[in-house]
Ligand binder design. Structure first.
Ligand SMILES: Cc1cc2nc3c(=O)[nH]c(=O)nc-3n(C[C@H](O)[C@H](O)[C@H](O)COP(=O)(O)O)c2cc1C
Length: 305
């Protein structure tokens, strides 16, 4: 694939508002797509290979070509992949989705999407598995994966640019050895994820609201030190084995400073509580952080008793 030339019009080149808008839009609207994959529309090999060419431009340690991409097209192989996907835990997801149907539970939508994919995965025009040559050394450092994750994400964006979509799936990795055998992967090859690739039904995807604002999670010079529009701040967080509503009830009983602000999010097994505090002229960040930690300790204690 040649290098695309979108810059023929000088008004549409890097550092112009138009170019930034398109790139930011692509980055923010490349979503995990399951319910809007068009299983009936063909995808040709060239389109997938072009997306891999784009993805291969991602940064890689040592500037070397250590990724290998497996594109599954054969129906019998897709059928076997579907069986493995279900037996890797997705059959449980399907049962849970059926149970949650119509319940209004906050995970209902996610489960419905996962069920839809689980029930239809063998109908996907292509299943694409990015792999990397090598085995993780167990050092705890990402090392090996540093040179493939960004490429896999670029692949998702390249698909989006062409009207296709996918979702990053890893549940199937519970069956990684069986998949390796099926696809005749050598032992020194590590699978990263599986992408069900199809055209999307419509292309109007929206950014998710389920992310923190940069100013709340970007720390300047020291962990937990923020710069918000209302001035400098500090933040610390804990995870609690309790439902968000129960945590909120405790927070409401606290006599907390008006400099403090809470974020509460449901996470697997409980809640994540983030406590922010403004740093005023009369408080240094270390004192503000100590106050935040004292409040979080108090909340933790209430759940311990
Ligand atoms: C690391 C990772 C693994 C995932 N594994 C699966 C999976 O095995 N099956 C599945 O249906 N969705 C999987 N997803 C999709 C998520 O459950 C979630 O629906 C999706 O990331 C949210 O969509 P969004 O990107 O539009 O916010 C995975 C996502 C990520 C990032």
């Amino acid at each position: 694939m040649g290098v695309p030339k979108p810059m023929a019009d000088p008004a549409f080149a890097p550092a112009t508002a138009d170019y930034q808008a398109i790139v930011d839009h692509a980055l923010m609207t490349t979503r995990g797509v399951r319910q809007r994959l068009d299983f009936d529309r063909e995808v040709d090999d060239r389109t997938i290979l072009d997306c891999i060419d784009v993805a291969e431009q991602a940064p890689t340690g040592g500037n070397n070509g250590s990724r290998r991409w497996i594109i599954i097209r054969d129906q019998a192989t897709k059928d076997r992949m579907a069986e493995l996907y279900l037996s890797a835990g997705v059959d449980w997801v399907i049962e849970t989705a059926k149970r949650l149907e119509g319940s209004g539970h906050q995970n209902e939508r996610l489960m419905t999407g996962a069920r839809h994919l689980g029930e239809n995965i063998s109908r996907t025009p292509a299943l694409v598995i990015p792999t990397i040559l090598g085995r993780h050394d167990g050092s705890g450092r990402p090392g090996l994966f540093d040179s493939v994750i960004q490429s896999a994400w670029s692949f998702m964006i390249a698909l989006r640019a062409r009207g296709l979509g996918t979702v990053w799936t890893t549940m199937y990795l519970n069956q990684a050895p069986a998949v390796a055998e099926l696809l005749e992967l050598p032992d020194h090859v590590t699978q990263i994820c599986m992408f069900p690739v199809a055209y999307t039904i419509g292309t109007d995807f929206k950014p998710t609201s389920r992310r923190y604002r940069a100013e709340d999670i970007a720390y300047f010079d020291r962990f937990g030190h923020t710069r918000t529009p209302s001035g400098p701040g500090v933040v610390d967080e804990i995870e609690l084995k309790a439902k968000p509503n129960d945590v909120r009830a405790i927070i409401d009983q606290l006599d907390s400073s008006d400099r403090q602000r809470f974020d509460l999010e449901q996470v697997p097994g409980g809640s994540r509580l983030r406590l922010h505090a403004r740093v005023d002229a009369d408080t240094d960040p270390a004192t503000a952080l100590a106050e935040v930690r004292a409040t979080l300790d108090e909340i933790t204690q209430r759940f311990a008793t």
